[in-house]
Design a protein around this ligand. Structure first.
Ligand code: ATP
Ligand code: MG
Length: 426
């Protein structure tokens, strides 16, 4: 036998035993977001690297070390263009909105996207190198009600799924006016404990100090427990915005906790940031990969990517993590409505015709394509979980009638060999 070629590490195959669950999640997302007025945007998987360098930030883990990047179109004597597999969906959506002139003065745009993202991370449960996100973005509204409605949309989507307990955590990161003072205070506090930080965070202290708050290592979390938090540093307008977002969430009866340590790993956020975190423990839980949905306001990104100054707010939810949580309580997938068991040459043709006619009526019909005896075909019907079985032999063909057996009860009744009659009897 030839050598097996395996998948690229961290890139998963999703087989039919889980894709049914995935489709439920995706359909819930599409349906919920459509009812909030979001239109779907589909952008390419490959973008110019410069988009993420500028849009996500050079000092982030994503751009610093996680992107799949290559030089496209390189030839003798000619440099190519650096392109990357998209690590996230916000910068590409903004790029598309600018490129297609969707952000004219006064525009209000609601977009959502759903698709694969790529980050070269260390693979573990809930963390993969190809993973899927559904994300939603609102462009053009600076108001607290935009933040509240976006969080409501995420909450409505997640509430439709059977995910166990989720907590909404929110924070404000301030803006260009008040955040620098906080960052200064944070750096000063972290510097006095620099020796206790992990090697990564000692570097972050220089390049991206806010990110130290987000480090998952125990030693860094111990340090950050005692450093100042941003809430005491917010300027009046940022504080007012945050207060209003919170009272709107109260009005919507969406429970939340304020967590002044949420910072998010991307550079573009201003003011509101939030995460939905799974509180489930035990078998099938997500461990430290417990954030299933995250987002916030990013009022400067659009302008920094060459668009008109436009306030924006968005979220992204990780479908892989949602699927892992949903799988904990998943019911077994239902089987076919009807299993036809043909015995003999003429019954085979008749079974195929009947099956085709019934499928046109929306009925799921299966049969054992390997043929075989009555017993083995019945075993197959049982194994696939068919609701009804119809055995077709020479005598049934001659009489134009067959017995339709309900598998759960064993009850059987005669039906005419006619698609309408069979459908009506099920
Ligand atoms: P984390 O802190 O877990 O690394 P993040 O801050 O990098 O998350 P975002 O970039 O905000 O995450 O992405 C939003 C969501 O996408 C995350 O909350 C998570 O559910 C999902 N996600 C991010 N990276 C991965 C990954 N490598 N594999 C699976 N899901 C992911
Ligand atoms: Mg990450």
């Amino acid at each position: 036998m030839a050598d097996k070629i395996t998948a690229v590490k961290g890139m998963n195959d999703l087989l039919p035993d889980v894709t049914a669950q995935w489709r439920t999640i995706e359909e819930s997302a599409r349906d919920t977001l459509t009812h909030f007025g979001f239109g779907e945007v589909r952008t390419p998987v490959l973008e110019k690297t410069a988009l993420f360098v500028r849009g996500v930030g050079e000092a982030t883990d994503i751009v610093g070390k996680e992107m799949y990047t290559f030089e496209d179109g390189k030839a003798e004597g000619r440099a190519g263009t650096l392109v990357s597999l998209r690590p996230e969906g916000t910068a590409p959506a903004v790029r598309a909105a600018i490129e297609h002139n969707q952000l004219a003065q006064g525009a209000l745009v609601r977009w959502f996207y759903l698709g694969p993202m790529f980050r070269r991370e260390r693979q573990q449960r809930g963390r993969y190198r190809q993973f899927f996100q559904v994300g939603a973005e609102i462009y053009g509204a600076a108001t607290p009600q935009a933040d509240a409605e976006l969080i409501d949309a995420a909450h409505a989507f997640l509430s439709r799924l059977d995910l166990g307990e989720l907590t909404l955590e929110i924070n404000s990161l301030g803006d260009a006016n008040c955040r620098p003072r906080y960052v200064e205070a944070l750096i000063a506090a972290l510097k006095s404990h620099a020796a206790d930080l992990c090697a990564e965070c000692q570097r972050r202290l220089e390049t991206n100090p806010l990110r130290v708050l987000d480090c998952k290592s125990a030693q860094c979390q111990a340090v950050t427990q005692s450093v100042p938090t941003i809430d005491g540093f917010l300027c009046e307008p940022c504080r007012d915005h945050f207060d209003r977002v919170r009272s709107l969430l109260d009005a919507l009866a969406i429970p939340y906790v304020v967590n002044p340590r949420i910072v998010r790993g991307l550079d573009y956020y201003t003011r509101t940031v939030f995460e939905f975190v799974s509180r489930e423990t035990g078998e099938g839980a997500l461990g430290s990969q417990s954030t299933v949905c995250a987002g916030g306001r990013y009022d400067c990104l659009i302008e920094s990517l060459g668009g008109p100054a436009t306030p924006a707010v968005g979220f992204a939810a990780g479908l892989d993590r949602l699927a892992l949580l949903a799988a904990r309580n998943a019911k077994p997938a239902p089987g076919p409505d009807l299993f036809i068991v043909p015995m003999g040459e003429s019954a085979i043709a008749q079974a195929l015709q009947l099956a085709a006619a019934l499928r046109r009526q929306g009925i799921w019909v299966d049969q054992d394509l390997r043929g075989g005896g009555l017993k083995s075909q019945m075993r197959r019907a049982d194994k696939v979980g068919a609701r009804f079985v119809l055995v077709l032999g020479d005598s049934e063909l001659a009489s134009g009638k067959a017995s339709l057996k309900q598998m759960a009860t064993g009850e059987a009744r005669d039906v005419a060999l006619d698609p309408e009659a069979i459908a009506a009897a099920m």
